[in-house]
Design a protein around this ligand. Structure first.
Ligand code: ADP
Ligand code: GN1
Ligand code: MG
Length: 366
């Protein structure tokens, strides 16, 4: 079996690199892909690149993922240039492999891709200040806005039924019933929490089916560490992690940002006393997001923004708990019970949102 170094070197060989590649190790806090930082040494000056092994267990068709990403980034690039922006920093730039394709397949059949590193900007796991969160809301709202005229029918569904909360609920119940790791008995409280909210899992999907909520091109993974904040201007300069750009609901994009960014603690905090949903941060993000959407949201979408937040948090908690029950095969974990800890913060947030529901409704309608 090849060592990780051998595999990484084989991957690097697959790309037409200007300069001598120097691997810097694993990079970032994503839960899905395997991300590495590479320096290209050009006679002493360093050009930074991101190298990623795509997660084939999760993205069953990496070719389609890359087709989506090329389509979306070229659409964005055109608009960025029209507005006098900098396309090198304001969208992802894919480096094609020597074979001319936007990915390289290694001898084990694994898919690798490379992006230019977005310089002078940072991804955060927790908000550093109100302005940053406002700017991330603006950027995600604007992202949806820029893709409003994207031909949605050309997008592949990279993960089927990704935010179909009812389906996630069914998967969860199957995991509880199968209990392959024998862990269910020790998490009865968490299981009960999920089961008690079954009725809500279908609310947003039903509204979509009835045409009460529009299908839009959405990002579907709008957590704070999927946006790069410019170190100088503090603007949300670039939306990254475009693997799940698909037709979806605007309220889900809003909601996933609240789930992660409006929490007073990190996603895997073990001290649940530290975890709550900040109404102040909700208000800040809501202002940025609605401004970024530039009036495109319908009254019903605005009305359902809090439900989007609650359902994304509920669904994510359910997904973490499902993965814990199934033996942690989906989300990358870095310690024992990591997925359980993550699930618990999500359920704490859901319960907190339920307490603060009237305030949440008032904030989004303001
Ligand atoms: P995952 O799907 O695993 O979350 P991401 O594409 O979000 O993978 O990448 C993981 C992390 O790597 C990001 O949160 C970010 O910190 C960093 N990253 C990814 N792409 C870039 C880039 N082009 N420039 C700088 N940092 C990047
Ligand atoms: C994953 O890829 P990443 O780490 O940005 C996951 C999201 C979850 C999130 C929870 C493709 O996001 O759906 O909400 O973890 N992405 C995928 O932190 O499943
Ligand atoms: Mg990510």
């Amino acid at each position: 079996m090849k060592s990780i170094e051998e595999r990484l070197n084989e991957a690097l060989e697959g790309f037409p690199l200007e300069g001598t590649p120097e691997l810097q190790g694993k990079y970032g806090d994503g839960h899905i892909n395997f991300t590495y930082l590479v320096h290209l040494n050009r006679g002493g000056t360093i050009k930074r690149m991101i190298l990623q092994q795509m997660n084939k267990n999760i993205f069953k068709n990496p070719v389609e993922v890359m087709e989506n990403i090329l389509g979306v980034t070229s659409h964005l690039r055109k608009k960025i240039v029209e507005r006098g922006g900098d396309p090198e920093r304001e969208t992802l730039n894919v480096l094609c492999a020597k074979n001319g394709k936007p990915f390289f397949i290694d001898s084990d059949g694994e898919y690798w891709r490379m992006y230019d590193f977005i310089e002078g900007a940072t991804c955060y796991n927790q908000v550093a200040g109100d302005e940053d969160f406002y700017q991330s809301g603006y950027a995600f709202g604007n992202f949806q806005n820029l893709l409003a005229d994207y031909p949605a029918e050309t997008l592949h569904e990279t993960i089927p039924q990704f935010h179909d909360t009812e389906k996630r609920f069914r998967d969860f119940k199957k995991a509880v019933d199968a209990d392959v790791m024998g862990r269910a008995a020790s998490v009865q409280k968490e299981i009960e929490f999920v089961l008690a909210r079954e009725a809500e899992a279908s609310v947003l999907g039903n509204m979509l089916a009835k045409g009460e909520l529009p299908l839009r091109v959405t990002h579907n993974d709008t957590k704070l560490n999927n946006i790069m904040i410019d170190d100088k201007t503090r603007q949300g300069i670039c939306v990254i992690d475009l693997d799940t750009v698909m037709p979806g609901l605007s309220v889900h994009d809003f909601g996933d940002s609240i789930r992660f960014g409006a929490s007073t603690a990190e996603e895997d905090e073990v001290d649940l006393d530290k975890v709550s949903c900040s109404m102040h941060l909700l208000e800040v993000y809501n202002d940025g997001f609605q401004k970024g959407c530039q009036g495109r949201l319908t009254d019903t979408e605005i009305e359902m923004l809090p439900m989007g937040a609650k359902m994304m948090t509920y669904e994510c908690g359910m997904r973490f708990l499902t993965d814990y029950l199934e033996g942690d095969h989906y989300f990358q974990i870095h310690r024992k019970n990591h997925n359980l800890d993550r699930a618990r913060t999500q359920f704490k947030l859901v319960a907190d949102m339920e307490q603060k529901w009237d305030t949440m409704m008032k904030i989004v309608k303001r």
